[in-house]
Design a protein around this ligand. Sequence first.
Ligand SMILES: *Cc1c(COP(=O)(O)O)cnc(C)c1O
Length: 400
Amino acid sequence: MNERRFCYFDHNATTSVAPEVVDAMLPFFRKHWGNPSSAYAFGRDVARHLETARAQVAALIGAEPREILFTSCGTESNNTAWNSALMAQPDKRHVVTTAVEHSANLKFAEALRRRGFEVTTLPVDPNGQLDLYQLEQAIRPDTALVSVMWANNETGVLFPIAEVAAICRSKGVLCHTDAVQAAGKVPVNVQAAAVDFLSLSGHKLHAPKGVGGLYVRRRTRFVPYLVGGHQERGRRGGTENVPYIVGFGRAAELALAHFDEENRRVRALRDRLEARVLAAIPQSARNGAQEPRLPNTANLAFPAVEAEAMLMLLDQLGICAAGGSACTTGSLEPSHVLTAMGLSAAQARGSIRFSLGRVIREADVDYLLAKLPGVVAKLQAIAPDGPAQPPRAATADQAA
Ligand SMILES: *Cc1c(COP(=O)(O)O)cnc(C)c1O
């Protein structure tokens, strides 16, 4: 295989807008551009389509349409939930969250600490899993919110949200989950997992970037984050992004309609990719538990390799993937998720996330499998320490 393909192994970063979603959106740019808050039919008709989208997004998570409010992104949904929980309970100044949350929550937590709030950050074990006993012990009488993500964006590891929600309910504490990576990839249901708030983002499930959703359980006290007009039944000011919301609704509908077949297909491809890579590349290892995990994500550590260099070589081959580090102000910060799991900075910097999805075909996996061992060998050959160092102590279910 010498041809250069375009292989997109970064579905956890963003996804393509589905053609059906584009088709659903276009009339709302070209024809139905009225303001849904207007009194005349040209606006009111648009409002009906907003409500259709609300029902479609609600159906994806087993909610009632009135429990969904539309936002501009997953980040806004997370910030809104945290803000509401604290503003609605001014006497409570403590939040419990985890060390592996998305930066939307971790940065919010930092800002809260600077303002005198207390935040308990729960650790994870080497498999990336949470200790529920520790979580229960962390809840105090002044805890306003427990926020635990459903699926980790870097490793795909799933947290037991139904159990987390049950603990919160028994203690009378509000519970939020960032389900941005989980929705559409694993069953997400707010009846089975009785959270009070749940965040969604359109662009992780084939809607455009710049639209999100927040589930707020009925009768949960809610304080808006964006104040202004009466949109979203007074819960979020600002004229609704109608075309994107309509697209988000259609994407949610598609995710539900193709859920079983697509996730079976993706899981089989991911499992083959992971098994072949671990077998072909000495001392490579999976980061995070094998199960429970998203069906599309493989986070793999390679010894004596810099992920940044690897991503550059992969890019030259037309392969898009993500590294175990984020470039912050010019320096390579190792991933907070991988370091929380006990990986050293070097191990985290040698880790790559492959996230599969709708545009990945078997031929893409074959192409990656054909190219990857050569890329790793090339970089190990020029590494100062050579390939001798083992990546990490293998955990129980990672026995090579
Ligand atoms: C992408 C992502 C977000 C942020 O969503 P945006 O719509 O990009 O703001 C939040 N949480 C998780 C887990 C994510 O993967």
